[in-house]
Design a protein around this ligand. Structure first.
Ligand code: DAT
Length: 156
């Protein structure tokens, strides 16, 4: 089983992906680590790695051909078509997301950018463009990690 976990930064992708990896014995792959390992992408002025979508997609699909039980974690993944069985889209309400991003030390501008993305369903719109509806599992991560995970397991 190959899974993809996506959503706006701060929605809880890493936490849930690692829980999935543990529960189903999957190899956990973070998009940034994967890009750096494959020497793709470049850092912008804010020291964020900008990932070239098509190149990443090609390398990740090659990786998925050779590695069968993988969970990919990343917000850019919504913009590409990876050969996975399920796409898990995490959502969170704006107040919780703002708090999480502030706690992370993000600048006001960066917090607003991400709140805006969540507000306009940026990741969802891309996911629906790139993956069939039957593959999509959309989950709110507003309460706590265990509850979110249980809700997800029931839908998998
Ligand atoms: P992401 O990988 O999407 O950027 P994360 O996994 O690092 O997000 O989690 C961001 C913060 O949110 C972190 O402080 C833990 C908290 N969190 C994660 N999942 C949660 C959930 N389901 N319910 C409540 N808080 C959660």
């Amino acid at each position: 089983m190959n899974l993809l976990v996506t959503g706006t930064p701060g929605v809880g992708k890493t936490v849930i992906s690692k829980m999935l990896a543990q529960k189903f014995n999957l190899k956990y792959v973070n998009e940034k680590d994967f890009a750096l390992k494959n020497s793709i992408g470049s850092f912008n002025d804010e020291n964020e790695l900008e990932i070239p979508i098509k190149e990443f997609e090609r390398l990740a699909n090659e990786f998925l051909k050779e590695n069968k039980n993988v969970v990919f974690d990343g917000h850019t993944l919504c913009e590409m078509k990876l050969n996975v069985d399920k796409v898990i889209l995490l959502r969170v309400n704006p107040d919780d997301l703002e708090l999480r991003l502030e706690n992370r030390g993000y600048s006001t501008e960066k917090c607003w950018d991400n709140l805006f993305c969540e507000g306009i369903d940026y990741c969802k719109k891309h996911v629906l463009k790139n993956y069939s509806k039957s593959k999509l599992i959309e989950i709110n991560s507003n309460f706590n990690e265990k509850l979110t995970f249980l809700e997800l397991l029931a839908k998998l």
